[in-house]
Design a protein around this ligand. Structure first.
Ligand code: DGL
Length: 268
């Protein structure tokens, strides 16, 4: 199966794109809702929580894990890939969302002026800058932490005047730099895409992160038959949360865009 990990419900936006485009595979979604948000936590805490989640998913039989969470991808992925995985599961893989989004941004950008928005932890990690500059050292990159956006989405404040005002405040510095592509570097931001697109105007391409991550996963699976052939393909999916399953279900239906029937609970 493919494990999908997020700090909470947000990664269901990514799983939704997987179910739409790669429906034949089995998925195991883990949301660490008891310890969310990760976006304001320290490097060591994010690493330790993510490592526990990855170990849990491998223990359940995942062959490949996607860190749908930008914060975990930014702060924990490299260390897991380089230090932990080779010792514990050398024949399995963990991938994140940063490289796929960086690659797609470079493909979409016309003038090499790219904006990135995300949680405080993601932006402070500067991982998007690093990955984008690996692809093209001449890019101009402008980043903005938007810590208020996750709670606004979770409280269902999308489209409210207060939310649009906060969006304008966050996006204004990027708009004034005349960016031509904007990376939505957080699981929750696809819900705000309409408002963000309106504010950024027609000269800025606001990227559809879940679709991009799903396309890049399909491409990865084509290039790695040794992993692809080991994945079960019965179109099944399982949801597990570290917090109350009822609450997960209530939020999850919205994020996944379809009804979640069964959610199990685990504690770390
Ligand atoms: N899933 C996180 C991300 O994509 C947002 C929520 C959190 O801060 O945990 O960065």
């Amino acid at each position: 199966m493919i494990g999908v990990f997020d700090s909470g419900y947000g990664g269901l936006t990514i799983l939704r794109a997987f179910l739409d485009n790669l429906s034949e595979y089995d998925y195991f979604y883990l949301g660490d809702s008891a310890r969310t948000p990760y976006g304001n936590k320290s490097l060591n805490t994010i690493y330790e929580y993510t490592r526990q989640a990855v170990a849990f998913l491998f223990n359940q039989g995942a062959i490949l894990i996607i860190l749908a969470c930008n914060t975990a991808s930014a702060k924990a992925l490299r260390r897991i890939q380089q230090e932990w995985l080779p010792i514990h599961y050398p024949d399995r893989r963990v991938l994140g969302v940063v490289i796929p989004l960086a690659e797609a941004a470079v493909e979409a950008s016309r003038y090499g002026r790219i904006g990135v928005i995300g949680t405080r932890a993601t932006i402070e990690s500067r991982v998007y800058e690093q990955e984008l500059h690996k692809l093209d050292a001449g890019l101009k990159i402008y980043s903005q932490a938007c810590p208020l956006l996750v709670p606004l989405v979770e409280e269902d404040w999308v489209g409210k005047p207060e939310t649009n005002m906060i969006l304008k405040k966050y996006l204004h510095p990027l708009k004034s730099k005349r960016i031509d592509s904007l990376i939505l570097g957080c699981t929750h931001y696809p819900f705000l895409k309409k408002g963000i697109t309106r504010i950024m105007g027609k000269n800025c391409h606001v990227m559809d992160a879940p679709r991009i991550v799903a396309e890049k996963l399909a491409d990865y699976l084509k290039r790695h038959p040794e992993i692809e052939q080991r994945l079960e393909k019965k179109g099944r999916y399982i949801f597990v949360t570290s917090d109350d399953p009822k609450r997960f279900k209530a939020f999850g239906d919205k994020f996944l865009g379809r009804r979640i029937t069964d959610v199990q609970n685990i504690s770390f």
